[in-house]
Ligand binder design. Structure first.
Ligand SMILES: [Zn+2]
Ligand SMILES: [Zn+2]
Ligand SMILES: [Zn+2]
Length: 402
């Protein structure tokens, strides 16, 4: 099994970066009858695709193709639902005073260069209503696995063939993520699936026809169109002159293959043989969902980014929905998202861990009077962020300043 079949000629060393130039091409395959036009932009052709028939089927991996297949369902595993201990909840949040609200607003105004600050200085608070917003987050950390045939140049590296034992199943190969709740992916060679085959791209020759000269080692001179000379006008007459670019030959040595007509095979790195094996792709993915419960007109997405207080946190193989939080909307959101994650991830992936938490973010709605108008703004988060869409002095050029 492990013997390396060598067919065709000896691998050659010239490649894209070869230096020794020759006058006689050595390429043995199909060559066009005439020089091809020089084209500095000619691109190498795509490597040929191998045939699946060349590869021995591996027991348990009969359906593996060259493309990464869909995820392989994980083996069934115990769904240990740990009864949820009553979480310790700290729902007391700080209140915002008038001084703090005004200071936060002045700070907000100073960050907007066009805003006038006299309104923030002079406005009169009519009331400040404290409230609490809740930010619930659920994370499900799962693992999925898929397989495909993969290859690399064979350069004499150790080969783990079927001779050393049957290939383990995709879920029998142990692999640990670096950290929980962080997405990452990894490729692993499935043990006992490797074999050495002649390169399908170069038929084990180690080199392929040059894409620039099509194997001729020469290209037609673009300057004289292959004639070796050109006409020039001088002293009112036409003269014929040697082409300086090709020294009158009409053709030039190919600069890609330096006259060899062939270049190193990129698939086998000029080795002639490739190692085939079944590659397992392991993906760890952290699925995160969240929900904001916010009763005022403050946009919910602002709450998600604001600092708050952790009221509850739990981490389990599988979490139970929160059901005893003082705010029923949080229990509802938890019920819904935990159900969603169960449906979405527990069948297609092996779930390694779940965690969820509730943060409480303080929100103060500050009502005020300025000149003859009544309005409001919001102060939220432990860092006292401000949301003031109706601030009366948004333009300093005089348009709204009275
Ligand atoms: Zn020329
Ligand atoms: Zn060439
Ligand atoms: Zn090759």
């Amino acid at each position: 099994m492990a013997a390396a079949p060598m067919m065709g000629g000896q691998p050659t060393n010239q490649g894209y970066g070869a230096t020794s130039a020759v006058d006689t091409p050595t390429f043995q395959g199909d060559i066009p009858g005439e020089d091809v036009a020089e084209n500095p932009n000619a691109q190498p052709s795509q490597p040929t695709a191998p045939s699946l028939d060349q590869l021995q089927a591996v027991s348990g991996y009969e359906a593996v193709s060259f493309n990464e297949g869909s995820a392989i369902p994980p083996p069934s595993y115990a769904e240990a639902v740990t009864p949820q201990a009553a979480p310790t909840m700290n729902t007391a949040v700080p209140r915002v005073t008038e001084e703090q609200a005004r200071a936060a607003l002045l700070d907000h105004v100073s960050q907007n260069c066009c805003y006038g600050k006299s309104a923030a200085q002079d406005l009169v608070f009519t009331s400040i209503e404290p409230s609490s917003a809740f930010h619930y987050t659920l994370e499900t950390f799962g693992e999925s696995r898929s397989t495909s045939w993969a290859m690399e140049p064979y350069m004499g590296q150790p080969i783990d063939t079927a001779m050393t034992g049957p290939a383990p199943g995709p879920w029998d190969i142990s692999a640990e993520p670096r950290t929980l709740f962080n997405s990452e992916s990894r490729h692993v060679e499935v043990p006992h699936t490797a074999s050495i085959k002649p390169c399908h791209n170069c038929f084990a020759r180690g080199h392929i026809r040059c894409h620039h000269c099509h194997g001729r080692g020469r290209v037609r001179c673009n300057s004289c169109h292959g004639s070796g000379h050109k006409r020039v006008h001088r002293d009112g007459q036409q003269h014929q002159e040697h082409c300086n670019w090709c020294h009158g030959h009409g053709r030039k040595r190919c600069f890609v293959c330096h006259g060899h007509g062939q270049i190193g095979c990129p698939v086998c790195s000029r080795q002639g043989n490739v190692k085939w094996y079944i590659r397992l792709t392991i993906k760890w993915e952290n699925h995160k969902s969240d929900h904001v419960v916010e009763r005022t007109s403050l946009p919910g997405h602002l709450i998600a980014g604001a600092q708050g207080q952790l009221a509850f946190r739990d981490e389990q193989f599988r979490v139970a929905p929160v059901n005893n939080f003082p705010e029923p909307a949080v229990n509802q959101a938890s019920q819904q998202l935990v159900g969603q994650h169960t449906g979405n991830y527990f069948n297609s992936e092996r779930v390694l861990k779940q965690r969820h938490q509730v943060r409480i973010v303080p929100v103060a709605t500050a009502h005020y009077q300025w000149k003859n108008s009544l309005s409001q703004f919001w102060v939220f988060g432990f860092e006292n962020r401000v949301y003031a869409p109706d601030y009366p002095q948004k333009c300093c050029c005089g348009c709204t300043i009275l």
